[in-house]
Design a protein around this ligand. Structure first.
Ligand SMILES: [Zn+2]
Length: 248
């Protein structure tokens, strides 16, 4: 057993007893980890109660237990609460969506520092009033990229030519196909046209810092195309839909 000192984003929490919680953190250096936060809901003469809230960024010290046993949260100090996301329903839902995504895709004790970094940036941008739909789309594309499921947005799946004039994206059965406008669309299945500007925007959204997302021009049509693309991919990869899709 060893103490681990790091930072983490709480992506789930539940009451464990009258005074304790179980918290699932996405930790900067460890990946996702469930911990027992003993006595955090109880105040004492010298210390106020400090329960962990959903989606707070904490500095933590964790007593790490062997696999199969719940680790212990020895210390935690809140660094950021992202209070600004609660100013309105849309950013609040977009924040909840991040928690749902991370609970689903972040594997236990599998460090994903870039996913962690971009998740913290995403919340910060939402809290500062960043463009919600563009940030949600950037998050979805980031998840696909970080998990290694981002389709090749540069060349046609069929003829290999560069997708200069846009692409047609379709899901036929379980097959994801991105074709140039010259190649015939596959028979059956819905086809989404993705314009060249949207393909360029997708490449930018996965590489640019989240706080810069508001600086690029994205019209509603582009966001609709990219959202259709990213959600079809996520549905394909995970075999399910996210509960928050109806809200964000
Ligand atoms: Zn082609």
């Amino acid at each position: 057993m060893a103490y681990v000192s790091t930072q983490g984003l709480s992506v789930w929490r539940s009451d464990y007893s009258e005074t304790s919680q179980v918290v699932s953190y996405l930790l900067k250096d460890v990946g996702r980890l469930n911990v027992l936060a003993k006595g955090v809901k109880r105040s004492s003469k010298t210390r106020p109660a400090s329960p962990v809230d959903l989606l707070e960024l904490d500095e933590v010290v964790i007593l790490k237990k062997p696999a199969g046993r719940l680790s212990i949260l020895a210390e935690h100090r809140q660094l950021e609460s992202f209070r600004g996301v609660r100013r309105d329903l849309k950013p609040a839902w977009a924040a909840q969506y991040l928690a749902e995504i991370l609970r689903t895709v972040a594997q236990e004790e599998h460090p994903e520092p870039e996913l962690y970094r971009r998740s913290v940036e995403y919340l910060g941008s939402l809290a500062r009033g960043g463009p919600v739909k563009a940030l949600v789309t950037a998050l979805e594309l980031t998840v696909l990229e970080q998990c290694g499921y981002m389709p090749d947005l540069s060349s046609c799946d069929t003829c290999g030519r560069e997708l200069k004039s846009g692409a047609r994206f379709s899901l036929v059965g379980s097959e994801v196909v991105l074709r140039c406008t010259s190649c015939p669309s596959p028979v059956g299945g819905a086809v989404t046209v993705v314009r060249p500007g949207s393909l360029s925007a997708a490449k930018m959204l996965v590489t640019m810092e989240m706080h810069s997302v508001g600086r690029i021009r994205l019209d509603t049509g582009m966001l609709t195309e990219l959202s259709a693309l990213s959600r079809a991919m996520l549905r394909h990869v995970l075999g399910r839909e996210f509960r928050m899709w109806r809200y964000v």
